[in-house]
Write a protein of this length. Structure first.
Length: 564
């Protein structure tokens, strides 16, 4: 499998993507506008704001918009009492309100929730992770060769001080003990500087900012299995090579400066992959497809056969689609960075062996994912339950914002519902009122319903309420938005209601031929219909017209120039 990393720098953001066989599998972005927000790895000197005994947790003020959340298990490093293996202390025994604490962000703010922090500080390097408050040695589970695991473990034991811990990373495979020692001394020196800075720091205050996205990409992603690291910015390119010259000289020549005319991400189809990743439906090569729905509580993935009909039995067709889906689901989880509870609704299978294989295939595919996940198995309904650690905002949360029109629901009131609502509001508004006319502004589609075919509905309303009703369609209003903008004399309302006047000259597009007279054309201005004489031959073109007649629901005009 060919693996590449792309890093693109511009004025607004720094972006990184990981590609496997030419397909985007992971995406990261770092924007100037969010630089001050709590990011994973940042260390703060904070103050305990509230103790929550019922949740065995505390809120910590770290200077961000929302207080950070600290669980008891993440706070035990701050416990000043004597540890008792038979009894875990209460949160009130570990922390007190107003207490100053040194904490690190492990989960970024998402939605209405603040950051999650821990007192178990960790400082990642190229080959090891330093754990100042956890005195033990661990080895990455991705290092499978037992002899190499033991060699690395012994090397880590030799270089560390007894009071600190080390976790050896996958990048340490095959490196000399000296490289681990250099990494350790650098990280230990960084920790000592953090301690010194925290002593004189105000509260709350950021005392350590983790590396930027470029440096993290080199440190965390650029391992032996990566063929190329492409960077489109000269300064960033030189910075990356400088880092590798010291830490991994064997990877130095794999860093490439991109000088193509086309955008780096566009040239490698990353932008196209991201565009697809923002959609609900994901097509499989076989013709099947996934539907992915993210909610605040959980993510649901539905697998469908779609266009794939197979060539043998139904069971075999379903099984092949489900196997293909496991690989694409894993890719989508990584690319969209979906975390939390995930429910996968595979296509129903009768064969118990097939069901077991699907679970195994999913677990196998997830081994490529650097984010920790746990597959709980398949339920009696054929649903697979799993969890994936949520560290930062998902791709959807980073690139999207809740729709201001539907408030994030994805749906708005229909034209019929809005029209009915307007009529009820008008009934209440006009009851007992003494007006000659009233003006309603709404979306053009709703205006068409209120007016009705040939103005029939408008006449019905006027007969019922004994008042002149003017309906004005406005493209700037969304489908459910409307307002009673004026009520008074006919002259007052008409002045505000009609978008054109007799004799006015307009540059306007002819939308369609007149269904009653094909020689004429129909144009629209904010929902107001203009019947343009002899304009049927210029449908779809922008022409210059002169208004010859104005009525409440439509007007008439003539073409005075066909090419504008």
């Amino acid at each position: 499998m060919r693996k590449q990393i792309l890093v693109s720098q511009d004025r607004r953001e720094l972006r990184a993507a990981i590609l496997e066989d030419g397909r985007t599998v992971e995406y990261y972005t770092e924007r100037q506008a969010t630089a001050a927000q709590p990011h994973v790895g940042n260390i703060y000197k904070g103050r305990v704001a509230n103790i929550l005994p019922g949740m065995q947790a505390a809120f910590v003020d770290i200077g961000s918009e929302k207080n950070a959340f600290l669980y008891l298990d993440d706070a035990l490093a701050l416990y000043a009492g004597t540890p008792n293996p038979e009894r875990k202390p209460q949160i009130s025994e570990v922390l007190k309100e107003g207490q100053e604490v040194l904490v690190q962000v492990v989960k970024e703010p998402v939605g209405t929730k603040g950051a999650r922090v821990t007192a178990n500080i960790s400082l990642p390097g190229r080959h090891i992770v330093l754990m100042p408050n956890s005195p033990y040695v661990g080895v990455s589970r991705r290092i499978e060769h037992e002899a190499e695991r033991e060699r690395i473990r012994q090397a880590a034991e030799r270089v560390r001080d007894p009071e600190v811990g080390i976790i050896v990373r996958t990048a340490a495979v095959g490196v000399a003990d000296q490289a681990l020692e250099q990494d350790y001394h650098f990280l230990h020196g960084t920790w000592q500087r953090i301690l010194r800075q925290s002593k004189g720091a105000k509260v709350p205050e950021l005392v350590y900012r983790d590396l930027d996205l470029l440096s993290r990409s080199v440190r965390d992603f650029f391992t032996e299995d990566v063929e190329e690291l492409w960077i489109d910015d000269l300064e960033a390119f030189e910075s990356a090579r400088d880092m590798l010259r010291r830490s991994s000289p064997n990877l130095y020549e794999r860093v490439k400066l991109y000088r193509g005319r086309e955008n780096l991400f566009a040239a490698h189809r990353v932008d196209q992959d991201l565009e697809k990743a923002l959609k609900r439906k994901v097509w499989l090569k076989s013709g099947g497809y996934l539907v992915i729905d993210q909610t605040e509580a959980l993510t649901v993935i539905d697998v469908n056969t779609g266009k794939f009909v197979g060539s043998s039995s139904l069971e075999e067709t379903v099984f092949k689609t489900n196997v293909e889906a496991t690989k694409e689901i894993t890719r989508q989880l990584r690319l969209r960075d979906i975390g939390g509870i995930i429910i996968i609704d595979f296509i129903d299978m009768r064969d118990a062996g097939h069901k077991e294989q699907i679970v195994e295939e999913l677990q196998k595919a997830l081994r490529r994912d650097r984010t920790r996940s746990h597959v709980l198995g398949m339920t009696q309904l054929g649903l697979i339950e799993m969890t994936r650690k949520k560290v930062r905002q998902s791709l959807d949360e980073v690139l999207h914002r809740p729709c201001p029109t539907c408030d994030g629901k994805g749906k708005v009131l229909s034209e019929e519902t809005t029209a009915a609502r307007i009529e009820r509001e008008l009934t209440d508004y006009l009851r007992g009122a003494d007006h000659e006319a009233v003006l309603v502004e709404c979306h053009p589609a709703v205006a068409a319903l209120l007016i009705g075919q040939s103005g029939q509905n408008l006449r019905r309303m006027e007969e019922e309420w004994h008042i002149k009703v003017y309906i004005k369609g406005k493209d700037s209003l969304h489908l459910a938005e409307h307002r009673i903008s004026w009520a008074g004399t006919v002259e007052e309302v008409e002045l505000r209601a009609l978008p054109v006047q007799v004799g006015q000259v307009l540059s306007i597009k002819i939308d369609e031929p007149n269904v009653h007279n094909a020689r004429d054309g129909i144009a629209r201005l904010e929902g107001y219909v203009l019947d343009i004489q002899n304009a049927g031959r210029v449908v779809g073109r922008q022409v210059l017209v002169k208004v010859t007649q104005v009525n409440r629901t439509y007007g008439k005009g003539i073409v005075i120039e066909e090419s504008v």
